[in-house]
Design a protein around this ligand. Sequence first.
Ligand code: CMP
Length: 143
Amino acid sequence: MEKTFLMIKPDGVGRGLIGEIVKRIENKGIKIVGAKLMTVSEELAKTHYGEHSEKPFFGELVDFITSGPVFAMVLEGENVVEIGRTLVGKTNPAESTPGTIRGDFGMTVGKNIIHGSDSVASAEKEIALWFKEEEILSYDLVT
Ligand code: CMP
C-alpha cells in the first residue's frame, strides 16, 4: 500500500494546528501509521531540503524548520501521495485554494504550515530519512 510523509512545520505546531490537521487527515479516511512530535537537527533539515541547497532561501528554510518542534507523520492509503498533496494545497499561498491546509491557514511561501511529499519516490526517501522501521505500524481502520 502506498505511503506518504507529511510534516507539520514549526509555525503549524506553534499555532496549535496539530489537531485540526490530523482531523482533516482522519476525516478524509487516510490511515496514520506513524507520528511523532520532534525537533529537527540541522543535519536532518539540510538532508531533507537538499534539493534546495543552491536556492537563495535555503539558509532561511533550514533556520525555520529547526526553530521549533515539528509533527512528522507517515500516512498510508491508495494514491495517498497525491491525495496528501491535495489536502496540503499549493506551496504559493496565492494559489493554495480555500479548503486546503495551506489555503486555509498559510499566508507566506516560507511559513506554509506543512510539508507533503511530492512523489512516490520522494515519499519513500523522506519516510526512510525521518522514521525508523519500527516506528511505522500496521493495523486496520474500523470501517
Ligand atoms: P515544502 O513543501 O516544505 O518544500 C520546500 C519548501 O521551500 C517549501 O515548502 C517552502 O516552504 C519553501 N520555499 C519555497 N520557495 C520559497 C521562497 N521563495 N522563500 C522561502 N521559502 C521558500
